[in-house]
Design a protein around this ligand. Structure first.
Ligand SMILES: [Fe+2]
Length: 155
């Protein structure tokens, strides 16, 4: 293995970071333009499951899309290497952000149509449905496309 000059290493990391940001932006733009399918949400309301695989666009490869129905509270959790991009479709959610050592960092309230991204570098989060008289629903994208190659994961 050849050694790289520090400038090359910096450039390589920079390129990976830029590529990741570009794909993230594309996916977030994609989420922003999704129209809420109220018929779908209605059909999820009485289902036993609260997470639904959503196969709705073949043009975006290597992504998995889920709609999640939020009932009450979900404990702080991590995410897989590719992180999670999500958009609140309906309702209101409150999330507390923690470091990976569970030190409290921030509280975020998500309103309808807000998008966000979290991964394990950002930290862990919990999620609470604060739409007190109904469920909340969000759509989530899990993608391997924006995992930098140094994670050595198959794309
Ligand atoms: Fe999460």
């Amino acid at each position: 293995m050849e050694f790289m000059e520090i400038e090359e290493i910096v450039q390589k990391i920079d390129n990976l970071y830029t590529a990741k940001q570009k794909i993230l932006k594309k996916l977030i733009d994609y989420l922003k333009n999704i129209n809420i399918d109220y018929a779908l949400l209605k059909s999820l309301k009485y289902n036993n499951q609260n997470k639904f695989f959503f196969d709705f666009n073949e043009n975006l490869k290597n992504i998995k899309v889920y709609v999640i129905r939020w009932d009450k509270y979900v404990n702080p959790h991590d995410h897989n290497d590719s992180g999670c991009i999500f958009k609140l479709l309906y309702g209101k959610l409150q999330s507390r952000l923690y470091s990976t050592t569970m030190a409290y960092k921030d509280t975020i309230v998500y309103h309808e149509n807000m998008c966000d991204y979290i991964d394990n570098e950002i930290g862990y989060h919990d999620m609470e449905n604060i739409n007190f008289y109904d469920y909340s629903y969000s759509i989530h994208i899990y993608s391997k496309n924006y995992v930098p190659s140094y994670h050595n994961k198959p794309i």
